[in-house]
Design a protein around this ligand. Structure first.
Ligand code: HEM
Length: 442
């Protein structure tokens, strides 16, 4: 079968069929399905999430039961009765679709979100992959990167000034700042050539919808193409590191033999590298962008930060709580079990709406108020919980803090020039562009 036909069959049996199901659910009045199918509702999905806030632990989501409750989401994420969904679960599809998918074959290329990527697998494989990379992301390791991150921020801010001078004072804060800072930091950290950063961002943009369900055909095709291109690049890069290792984390992974004497296989290595680098910039760009937009919209909070800069770390957690870059995740029951008194069958999926759990009024008083001094802002679930708790949480917090503080302190009269555009993705929430006028320097 020709690769284009195979891709078409994969799309039809998964996203295509799901689109029809989602549309039917949305027409039937299901709020979750309505948010998933209507890009306009996603500009501000929070009022729609509130319609899912019933007294019961779960409510009917678009394709599975969904929870908006902080305690329920936390308990599922921490429970050994649940595992990762891990790519498309074909056993839930009608048999004709299963046959079609078998004929079409798996998605080509090693994807950062399918097994054997650590985010898609359960223990013991998960424990082994995570152990190999976790040291590089410890709070201590991240503290050592703060100074260099500040230098990178300052260099990018110099670039913003040049850009503004050439364009009547106007810049796009996403293209020239929020996206470049995380990709530069993670590239330097892992020994990926910094010259590749624009190419990585382009691949990342095209691949980001991979987390969503019910993609249209052309988006699905772009996702598959960019994953194949990215995977081919990783294959070459890891081969060259094997021939000529450096002192970076990827070189040590390539040459490492783990405790079992096995090291990582070539496929495991590519999945790990692609996940760590991809997760390292595709999400933090949205933290910085969402933070800028929230501070534009709340001048009183911006003033508080200018008066008391010690609030910056807490402000970053409040941004993560209020408008998290990863809106939802899911888990699959590994056995029959009960959650808050509700029976869940083996194989059932549960969707955990992290963004709504972050506005649970039982945990956060006045949850819809953006308050940079909120006492328990850090209790959000933006980084999930349990064994898959975000590996890069300390790095993301540090980058968010350095990036936002450096920007607003250098340009105290920074202001929006129009509203910019939101990204079209569902699971990942952020801005595609944020036009702004820099104003004078401090
Ligand atoms: C604001 C930025 C970020 C947010 C909101 C975020 C969010 C998340 C969430 C929600 C998960 C759990 C997914 C699940 O299990 O369903 C996760 C996992 C992960 N994140 Fe992040 N992340 C961010 C930044 C980063 C950075 C900078 C890195 C850098 C390496 C990173 C690497 C990872 C990895 C490797 C995992 C998988 C961990 C595992 O499966 O054990 N993330 N992240």
């Amino acid at each position: 079968m020709d690769e284009l036909v195979r891709s078409g069959v994969r799309w039809g049996a998964t996203h295509g069929a799901m689109r029809l199901a989602l549309r039917a659910r949305a027409r039937g009045g299901n709020s979750d399905a309505q948010v998933l199918v209507a890009p306009a509702l996603r500009t501000d999905p929070y009022p729609h999430y509130e319609r899912l806030r019933t007294a019961t632990p779960f409510t009917d989501g678009a394709l599975a039961r969904i929870s908006v409750h902080h305690d329920v989401c936390t308990d599922v994420l921490r429970s050994e009765d649940f595992g990762q969904i891990g790519g498309f679960q074909t056993e839930r599809l009608p048999s004709v679709f299963r046959l079609a998918l078998r004929l079409a074959g798996a998605r080509p290329g090693v994807s950062p979100i399918d097994p054997p990527s650590m985010v898609a697998v359960d223990p013991p494989a998960h424990t082994r992959y995570r152990r190999l990379v976790s040291r590089a992301f410890s709070a201590r390791a991240v503290a050592g990167l703060r100074e260099r991150t500040r230098e990178i921020a300052d260099e990018l801010l110099d670039g913003l000034e040049d850009e503004a001078a050439a364009h009547g004072g106007q810049v796009d804060l996403v293209a020239r700042y929020a996206s470049l800072l995380p990709v530069t930091v993670i590239s330097e950290m892992l020994g990926v050539p910094v010259a590749m950063r624009e190419q990585f961002l382009a691949w990342g943009d095209r691949a980001a919808p991979v987390l969503d369900l019910g993609l249209d055909w052309s988006t699905h095709r772009e996702v598959e193409r960019s994953i194949v291109e990215l995977d081919a690049w990783w294959r070459g890069h890891l081969q060259s590191l094997r021939r000529d290792p450096g002192t970076d984390m990827l070189s040590s992974l390539v040459t490492m033999v783990d405790e079992d004497g096995g090291g990582l296989t070539e496929t495991e290595l590519r999945a790990t590298a692609a996940l760590v680098v991809g997760a390292g910039f595709e999400t933090t760009v949205n933290l910085i962008g969402n933070g800028v937009a929230l501070l534009f919209a709340h001048p009183d909070q911006r003033r508080r930060l200018a008066e008391d800069p010690s609030l910056w770390p807490n402000a970053v957690d409040e941004v993560l709580r209020f408008d998290p870059p990863v809106q939802r995740t899911g888990r699959r029951a590994r056995r029959h079990t009960t959650v808050h008194g509700v029976p869940v069958a083996e194989g059932e999926w549960l969707i955990l709406l992290l963004a709504a759990a972050n506005r649970d009024p039982r945990v956060f008083p006045d949850p819809h108020v953006f308050d940079v001094a909120r006492a328990n802002a850090r209790d959000h679930l933006a980084f999930a919980s349990g064994i898959h708790f975000c590996l890069g949480a300390a790095l993301a917090r540090m980058e968010g803090e350095v990036a936002l503080q450096a920007l607003f302190e250098r340009f105290p009269s920074l202001r929006p020039a129009g509203s910019g555009h939101r990204r079209g993705t569902v699971v990942l929430r952020g801005h595609e562009s944020l036009p702004a006028i820099l104003g004078g320097q401090a």
